[in-house]
Design a protein around this ligand. Structure first.
Ligand SMILES: [Zn+2]
Length: 289
């Protein structure tokens, strides 16, 4: 028995879960256990990684993925709408509450001095809690999107994954509630999580490159001509912020984010429709810049 326990302890490759108590909040920390080679081979079999993939920050979904494998493209839109809807609801609540508090506080301060009434303080605490929830949902979205991306990459033997560069912020193309414009902070978190997970699976630097997305969403991935955004799968009239991409030169219809993801794969090559800068996503390099 003792020997068995000793063996088990020896083979454990990460710390045990911990309960942390901080003030009134309790957090359960479960350390991430990267699968070892045996486990990986069991689940997905031995494989050679040789495919290239591109990831684009989508307008209506957090992540659009496209992989190029032996001349064939395969696409995937990663969404987690229930979490994003919830996040939007909470954000709206928080903004409403914020303006309420501002109004109450102004009224109070006009009339008298001294500390604020309990009503306002209570509302303020409620607001803080709402923002904490929004940030927690952000983390959850990043984790889910990243793990789905990494898993999909494993299934498609992706060696190198090209990401849109973090420093290029594009104004959201959608309208109002319909658009899920991923903010730069969240995109950076997804990027870091993907790198961390892929490094744990044995890819050097996570096999990630970041590319300058200049023109990747405007040009056609087939012929390289500038195309337009349209609303539907078969419409040909321009609509700003439309979900689909249409190239009038070669009649290509395509989901706009997937078109961009396919362009991102080729940014590094000279024959690309939208040539640009490419950086290896190496932690030591990003520290230098
Ligand atoms: Zn075209």
């Amino acid at each position: 028995m003792k020997a068995e326990v000793h063996d088990l302890r020896g083979s454990r490759r990460c710390a045990p879960p911990r309960l942390l108590v901080k003030g009134q909040r309790v957090t359960l920390q479960v350390p991430f256990l990267p699968p070892n080679e045996e486990m990986l081979n069991d689940v997905i079999g031995e494989q050679t990684y040789d495919a290239l993939a591109g990831a684009d920050r989508g307008i209506r979904v957090p992540m659009a993925l496209s992989v190029l494998n032996e001349g064939q493209y395969e696409d995937r839109l990663v969404s987690c709408n229930h979490l994003i809807d919830k996040r939007e609801r909470l954000r709206k609540q928080a903004y409403a509450l914020n303006s309420q508090i501002d109004r109450k506080r102004n009224n109070w301060e006009k009339k008298r001095k001294g500390s604020l009434p309990t009503v306002v303080l209570r509302k303020q605490r409620h607001l803080d809690a709402l923002w904490r929830k929004v940030r927690r949902l952000d983390r959850e979205v990043a984790r889910q999107v990243a793990s789905e991306t990494v898993w999909w990459c494993e299934q498609h033997n992706v060696k190198t994954l090209f990401f849109e560069d973090l420093r290029s912020y594009q104004a959201p193309g959608g309208r109002g509630d319909l658009s899920w414009a991923l903010n730069t902070n969240l995109w950076g978190r997804i990027f870091d999580t993907v790198r961390y997970m892929r490094e744990a699976l044995g890819h050097r630097y996570g096999g990630l490159w970041s590319v300058n997305p200049y023109h990747t969403s405007k040009r056609c991935h087939v012929c390289g001509k500038v195309g337009i955004r349209v609303e539907g799968k078969s419409s040909t009239t321009q609509r700003m912020g439309g979900e689909y991409f249409y190239c009038s030169h070669c009649q290509t219809h395509m989901h706009a984010d997937l078109n961009a993801a396919r362009n991102i794969i080729h940014v590094q090559s000279r024959s690309s429709a939208a040539p640009g800068r490419t950086n290896v996503a190496c932690p030591c390099l990003s520290n230098l810049q």
